[in-house]
Each structure stands twice: as structure tokens, then as C-alpha cells.
Design a protein around this ligand. Structure first.
Ligand SMILES: [Zn+2]
Length: 249
């Protein structure tokens, strides 16, 4: 682009060039600052050196299949501690039990899970993988009427519980209004049910419910969505009192 100068030149300055240079400089320093900031954010990776101290949680699993409980310990590493990018990520898992039946498999599993944790990235897939394992000898019901297809599934539950605690998995639990609605439904159902059974049977019902330690009506059916014996039939609808899943007709 050419500019025709019609008037006399009375003076000049190279302000534009200076401005350009300083602009460039500030941009460069800003870029550098950004680069430094991103470089400083430490993500989980294999070569991360294990700190001498890790924070951990231990989860107890008691199954009817063994008299000895299983203790799952998950230790976390704190990344970028004290900064806005602070992250708590699982670093290793240990499983201890007096029961030595499955010892070699459990050691192998914990080593592989720990390796996946240390690889970094999204390790939440482990939960679904472990939970979908079923024991060919059959599963069992836990306190509260929840069906567990295997011990491995319970290890998955413990990892999920831990990942929820440290914020890696969002807790999609029921909100208060949903809980209230289910509670009301349950009371309504129990009122109808108790009338049918009659007063003499009430004691027996209480006994079985405490023996089976179910939180839901004793004749509730198994929910396909949450694997809990909590589905009741009322007003032509099948409703799960645990997860709220409902089907009518
Ligand atoms: Zn359910």
C-alpha cells in the first residue's frame, strides 16, 4: 500500500516499528508464561516418582463365601499440591485377607490395577470391567438386598466408591425429592401389605427381614438396573425402591 505525501514533511518518528516490536515482545513473554504454566501442571504418568507418603483409604468387604473379610487399600498421590490444578489420583491398590484361597489371582489383579492407575488417563473404566465379572458358582446377596455376582465385582465397587470420594467419578445418586417420593411409595406399599398379612404375621415378617437384613419389603423382586431386591408392584407399575427405576403396564 502506497501513501502519497502531498504536504511538506516537518518531522518523523519510528513509533510504529517500536510498537510492533514491543507488541511482539509482550506476546512472546506471555506465550512463554503460558508454556511454563502448562509445563508445570503435572499429570499422572508412569515415570512419576512415588512420594514417601501417600494418602489412602481402606475398604472392608465381607462376603458370605468366606469367614474372613477382605481389606482393599487404595493409596492416592496428590499432584500439583497447593495450586489450582491440585488433583488427587489413585496410585496403587493392595488387597489383604486372612483367606489365602485366591491369593495369587488377587496379587496379580492388584499389580495390574496399580499399573493402570500409574499410566494416567481415565482409569474409571476399571469399575465397569470389574463389576461385570460374575462367579460361575453363583453370586450372593449383600446387606440391603443388593445382589453381587462375584467378589471381583465388589473390588470394582470399592474402586468406584473411592473414585467418587476423590472426585474422579461424579455421584449420580438420587436427589432429595426423588428419595422422598420413593419413601412415600414404600410407606404406601407397606401399609397395604401389612393389612393383607395381618397382625399375627407381622412378627414373622420382621424376623425374616432382620435375618436377610434387607432394607426393602421382604417380597420385593430383583431390579435389573441396580441388582437390588427392591422392586415392588403397585397400581400396575413395577417400581424399584432403591434406584427409582419404574415400568408401568
Ligand atoms: Zn433398581
Amino acid at each position: 500500500m502506497t501513501i502519497e505525501i502531498k504536504n511538506k514533511i516537518v518531522g518523523y518518528e519510528v513509533a510504529k516499528k517500536d510498537a510492533e516490536v514491543s507488541d511482539k515482545k509482550t506476546q512472546e513473554t506471555e506465550n512463554k508464561k503460558e508454556a511454563v504454566a502448562t509445563a508445570e501442571i503435572i499429570q499422572m504418568h508412569e515415570k512419576l516418582e512415588r512420594p514417601d507418603m501417600l494418602l489412602g483409604s481402606t475398604y472392608k468387604i465381607k462376603t458370605p463365601q468366606s469367614e474372613h473379610a477382605l481389606y482393599i487399600t487404595i493409596n492416592d498421590v496428590l499432584l500439583n499440591q497447593g495450586t489450582e490444578h491440585e488433583l488427587r489420583r489413585p496410585y496403587e491398590i493392595f488387597i489383604n485377607s486372612k483367606n489365602m484361597d485366591h491369593f495369587q489371582w488377587i496379587v496379580a489383579l492388584t499389580r495390574i490395577i496399580s499399573a493402570v492407575f500409574r499410566k494416567g488417563g481415565d482409569a474409571t473404566f476399571l469399575v465397569d470391567e470389574l463389576r461385570s465379572v460374575f462367579d460361575p458358582r453363583g453370586g450372593y446377596f449383600k446387606k440391603g438386598g443388593k445382589y453381587k455376582p462375584s467378589l471381583v465385582c465388589e473390588i470394582g465397587d470399592a474402586i468406584e466408591c473411592h473414585m467418587k470420594m476423590i472426585g474422579m467419578i461424579k455421584d449420580n445418586g438420587l436427589d432429595d425429592s426423588q428419595k422422598q417420593m420413593l419413601d412415600a411409595k414404600r410407606k404406601e406399599y407397606e401399609a397395604i401389605n401389612c393389612k393383607d398379612i395381618g397382625a399375627s404375621n407381622n412378627v414373622a415378617v420382621d424376623e425374616t427381614s432382620s435375618n436377610q437384613t434387607s432394607d426393602f419389603p421382604p417380597n420385593a423382586m430383583l431390579c435389573k438396573k441396580c441388582s437390588t431386591k427392591a422392586v415392588i408392584s403397585m397400581d400396575g407399575c413395577m417400581t424399584c425402591l432403591s434406584c427409582g427405576d419404574s415400568k408401568c403396564g
